[in-house]
Design a protein around this ligand. Structure first.
Ligand code: PMT
Length: 287
């Protein structure tokens, strides 16, 4: 597995603006881990990754995710006092303007309240699976010293299959020669390496999405054991806005949206529960 992961990164096209991203990241972490006696920091991933089919990409395969879960969760984490690194797919839902498109125009506005909101939110965009995994690794390594006060909340929908960069055609695939055969390689699962090497002390929440409710709980339980994350949030595509199940070693908890409150979202109760679990984890790590 380690070999597969190294060869994935070695063959990836280099991340653009890597130095600038790292500089912003380190500054953000320094600022927040030293303020108020050390604020907790969570990396929220959001939106789906794309898999390009051509190096000069015209066509790509996409993973479905509107980014709503990640954006709503980010708002709740900020409310709970966390600093948030929001690793999101370009063009998907943004915190504090979930019903509006991602638009640089919106960046011109100041946030309505006077909290230090910009200081506690760092937004990093990605599009491809290559960008997503390179940035996730960078963030994990930068957060290493924050230890148990850091968290990964992996709500992004991540591609399981991809076309390796070196075997990808450079130019637009021609359409004149009949049906297209593409062989997709498997993207190595990064959860195990995130847990064991990149950020072993961080609190880690992964997600499990299925469209068939019959296999959802079994898959989520298997993922909890296999990747040794602290909890798996299991959700079914059609009911994901109403209900999720938090699967952990202490049992399964169903979390629902409060149906009698039109302005309530499932993330309100979900993040309350996750923050509680994180507090227990931090206490236990200090004993
Ligand atoms: O954005 P919305 O429209 O609001 O929808 C939210 C959501 C349904 C996308 C979200 O709640 C969700 O379930 N996200 C995870 C979707 C997903 O990729 O599930 P999966 O079963 O394919 O992967 C499980 C876990 O493995 C994920 O935490 C993922 O980060 C991780 N993974 C996946 C592939 C891969 N190669 N490496 C990984 O580490």
């Amino acid at each position: 597995m380690e070999d597969e992961i190294s060869s994935f990164f070695e063959s990836s096209p280099p991340q653009k603006n890597m130095e600038e991203i790292l500089e912003n990241l380190n500054e953000f972490i320094k600022l927040n881990s030293s303020s108020q006696g050390g604020r907790r920091i969570v990396c929220v991933t959001s939106g789906g990754t794309t898999v390009p089919l051509e190096q000069r990409c015209v066509r790509y395969i996409d993973n479905f995710s509107s980014g709503n879960r990640g954006a709503a969760s980010t708002e709740n984490f900020v409310k709970a006092g966390y600093a948030v690194i929001f690793l999101y797919r370009r063009g998907t839902c943004q915190p504090y303007c979930r019903s509006l498109p991602d638009d640089p125009f919106l960046e011109c506005f100041e946030f309505p309240d006077k909290t230090n909101i910009q200081g506690s939110l760092l937004k990093l965009p990605f599009s491809t699976i290559y960008e997503y995994l390179q940035m996730l690794r960078l963030i994990a390594e930068a957060l290493k010293d924050v230890g148990p006060c850091s968290m990964f909340y992996l709500a992004a929908a991540v591609s399981d299959f991809y076309v390796p960069w070196k075997s990808m055609t450079e130019h637009k695939i021609e359409s004149g020669s009949g049906p297209l055969d593409i062989r997709l390689a498997q993207v190595p699962k990064m959860l195990s390496v995130l847990r064991s090497n990149w950020a072993p002390k961080a609190f880690c929440i992964s997600f499990k999405l299925e469209t068939d409710s019959k296999i959802l709980m079994e898959k989520a339980t298997k993922a909890l054991r296999k990747y040794k994350v602290h909890a798996v949030v299991a959700n079914e595509l059609s009911t994901r806005k109403e209900e999720v199940v938090v699967v952990s070693s202490s049992g399964n908890v169903v979390v629902r949206r409060e149906c009698d409150k039109p302005e309530s979202f499932v993330e309100d109760n979900l993040i309350r529960l996750i923050v509680d679990r994180h507090s227990t984890y931090i206490k236990e790590s200090h004993n």
